[in-house]
Design a protein around this ligand. Sequence first.
Ligand code: SF4
Length: 171
Amino acid sequence: MINESALTSRPITGVMMNYFHVCHTELWYFSHDVEMEHTSDLVHLGRLVHEESYERDTKEILLFDNIRLDRITPDGLIHEVKKSDRAEAAHVWQLKYYLYLLRDQELGDLKGVLEFPTQRRRIVVELAAEDIKITEEKLEHIRRIIAMPQPPKAKKIPFCRQCSYRELCWG
Ligand code: SF4
């Protein structure tokens, strides 16, 4: 049995911030350690894209024990590699959240780069002053969702087709 107070005090990861923008039910399942990702071919494809695109120069960086950054290059860019730009806003906020976490670390003027190798696209992401308050509001909302005793009611969205929790929601 998962301890609820332990769940709500758990640090919010970048993946949680990402799922918050895609589906609150997905966020709840993920935060409660319901992990079914191995069942998703698309997740596997995502890993392959990541590994094949950056095999040589990737250095993953573990931040605060629970945030895994794809890589930081000497020019102060935090790189985050994604298989698709379909959930672009979610990816942007995930990266903004990393910049938010790093803003007090005296690492200089960091920026993020979202990379979509299969689409040959990259987007530069910055944390604007107003994003700090917005991020804190999002974190508060995420904590409220995680604290729910049951997952939020599932709503059918295009992402359901490739979601690893689809059997739980619609099976
Ligand atoms: S299947 Fe759909 S509703 Fe269920 S968690 Fe995934 S995205 Fe959300």
